[in-house]
Design a protein around this ligand. Sequence first.
Ligand code: HEC
Length: 204
Amino acid sequence: MADRLIYRGNKILNRVVLSIVLFIYCAACAQADGAPIAQRRPRYELGRAPSAAEIAALDIDVNPAGAGLPEGQGTTATGATTYALKCAACHGPSGEGIDKSPRLIGTVPPPGFAFASDASAPKTIGNYWPFATTLYDYIHRAMPITAPGSLTSDETYGLVAFLLERNGIVPATMVIDAKSLQRVVMPARRYFVRDNRLGSPTFR
Ligand code: HEC
């Protein structure tokens, strides 16, 4: 009985001691943890929050459905003027393409949609691009290649109108803006399917 009491006494004591040790250990951990985290994320006091104008200058993406298209408009006539001034030197006066600057106007043989079987077939706006909205996004983002981002939205809408009209996709009288551009259906649109594969298989 005495043995048993002593044993119980030790057991309680053990638990108390263990709790105290654990408490001290955890408190030390928290302290030690806090210090390295603060050191891992030091503040150098460099940089600053970007202004709304700076964010707007970078926030230029236009998706295939047309989300992101800005205010503004253009016609074939305004586009022809801008094209002659800022694009023709590289892409040719009639959009025929020069050296590494690709053809922008006119489809090229082979007819139909040969790209799956012939990787070398030239892809153009008229025979390959599935969305007209991408034309706005690409031109505004990347062209002229020597001064990307320099075109206004009106200039870009005009260029889009001009290139679509010269490719026989929209009438010359059409005013291109955010709303009308979303309604343009490209000739190659029907050859593309939505990629809804989840994991493999890669081909279908
Ligand atoms: C200094 C030469 C130069 C000028 C000026 C220029 N481009 Fe380009 N453009 C290129 C080159 C080079 C490419 C090919 C870029 C690539 O493949 O990455 C290209 C590609 C393009 C494409 C993609 C064509 C396709 O089917 O892949 C379009 C559209 C385009 N340019 C439109 C324009 C427009 C509109 C202008 C006038 C605002 C313009 N470019 C001015 C050189 C130029």
